[in-house]
Design a protein around this ligand. Sequence first.
Ligand SMILES: [Zn+2]
Length: 129
Amino acid sequence: MKGTKIYSIFTSTCPVCHRGEMYVNSNAYNISETLDMHERCSHCNTKYKIEPSFFYGAMYVSYGVGIAVATAAFILAYWAAHFSLFASFMTLVAVLVVLLPLIARVSRNIWINMFLSYDSTKAKASKND
Ligand SMILES: [Zn+2]
């Protein structure tokens, strides 16, 4: 999986080298640090915040991700678990709230991966291999 955008998106690693961690705290549920990112990649020195307010665009992505998660939660609750309409809706809301930190991070990861791509030479050029 290393070398694919999916890898960077789900492991929160640098979109260019897939080695450096993008977030200060690897646990998204440490709420005060959910969106705290390193300035640059510790491995390839890529600047994550490409331009001022770069990650505001991730809000558009999170809207799409949120809809996808909500739809999946509703379908599972209503058709698979046979909850009532009201219970299915409450399940949808609960799932969105619980997954909020993860959705926020995955959205940022998708967003930055739309602008930066994997570079195998930067991934290999290593100071600690
Ligand atoms: Zn990197």
